[in-house]
Write a new protein. Structure first.
Length: 346
């Protein structure tokens, strides 16, 4: 008879050290150790945890945020790279899976940054890199568009894991693309706050939005959903607000994000964190995903694939493709001959 994995999951409701990537990586490794010590085998971190979420673009005009963008781009990391390797080594040492949001840079451009989610295996391997497909609203001032190469579900010993970043969890086609690969454990990473209106006006209710879309994905797909959201500490508010009272008011009054874990019936099965940093846990039994699919199985019998068709382009996108003679890029020595210092010239 078929058996199903059962394990403990953890969602970290935490803040980075803004623009300080080494300290943030240290904090991530410590939190992984703490969660693993409490029995967690899958540990999720918030969006852009390494090492800043660009909330300043929600409170200032674009002409006023160059300094913040410069510091975010300067603290971005490459994938793979030494910072990712530390997380990989920590995951392997504790035998856990880790999902973590990073600002991903590229050697092609010092100003191109993606809002990226990484999934790391319990053996330390990098299992998936998903770049947020479309940065949301004012996030477009910071992040580049991602591509479909990371719209993948990874089959692991704890289940078939997929992940989307923040507003992507509203994208029905992106969500279905993961469900159609057999996803039964979903990870939703979110920002700490998300200003949308001037002070005093009705604002975007971030917690309500998270509960709606995370619960909807759990219910529609009959999956477990681990929601890991960021936290905005007073020192980050001080850093971003500077001496601007309006910016401070916007940051302080914007609804806070929330971290929790949903079951396959769309109900919350963990504690909820909102007002302080911490980790929430839930015990997950994937056998509980089976019976609800008797009622509606949107990737099985409860669909009309003769009526609806979805095509997903997962080809990685690059700024250019170079076709060198011989099929490989020639090095400088091959093109120009070896370098000879002037005093050794022939």
């Amino acid at each position: 008879m078929k058996t199903f994995p059962a394990f403990r999951a953890a969602a970290c409701h935490v803040a980075p050290y803004y623009f300080d990537t080494p300290r943030t990586i240290d904090k991530a490794c410590a939190l992984i150790a703490e969660a693993a010590g409490n029995g967690a085998e899958l540990i999720a971190f918030p969006e852009a945890f390494v090492s800043s979420f660009p909330v300043w673009s929600g409170v200032y005009a674009p002409v006023d945020v160059h300094e913040f963008f410069f510091r975010l781009a300067g603290s971005a990391i490459e994938v793979p790279g030494p910072e990712v390797r530390r997380i990989q080594e920590t995951a392997r040492r504790h035998g856990v899976f880790v999902s973590i949001g990073v600002n991903e840079g590229t050697p092609v451009s010092p100003a191109c940054v993606w809002d990226t989610n990484l999934l790391i295996g319990d053996d330390g391997r990098l299992l998936n890199r998903h770049r947020k497909l479309v940065p949301t609203y004012w996030e477009k001032l910071t992040w580049a568009n991602g591509d479909g190469s990371g719209l993948r579900v990874v089959d692991t010993r704890v289940g078939k894991i997929g992940a989307l970043v923040c507003g992507e969890n509203t994208n029905s086609l992106a969500r279905f693309a993961l469900l159609a690969q057999g996803e039964n454990v979903h990870i939703s990473s979110f920002s700490p706050r998300w200003p949308t209106h001037p002070p005093g006006e009705a604002s975007y209710d971030l917690e309500a939005a998270i509960r709606l879309r995370a619960g909807a994905h759990s219910f529609e797909g009959k999956v477990f959903n681990i929601v890991a959201s960021g936290f905005l500490p007073p020192e980050a508010i001080d850093l971003i607000a500077r001496d601007n009272s309006r910016a401070r008011q916007l940051l302080e009054e914007s609804p806070k994000s929330v971290s929790m874990i949903f079951g396959p019936d769309g109900r919350v099965i963990s504690d909820t964190l909102r007002d302080k940093e911490g980790i929430v846990y839930a015990d997950i039994d994937l056998a509980k995903c089976v019976v609800p699919k008797q009622f509606q199985d949107v990737v099985g019998y409860y669909n009309r694939f003769d009526v609806f068709q979805l095509n997903v382009n997962r080809r990685p996108l690059n700024p250019a493709e170079f076709n060198d003679a011989g099929g490989a890029a020639a090095d400088a020595d091959a093109l120009y001959g070896p370098y000879v210092p002037p005093n050794e010239s022939m």
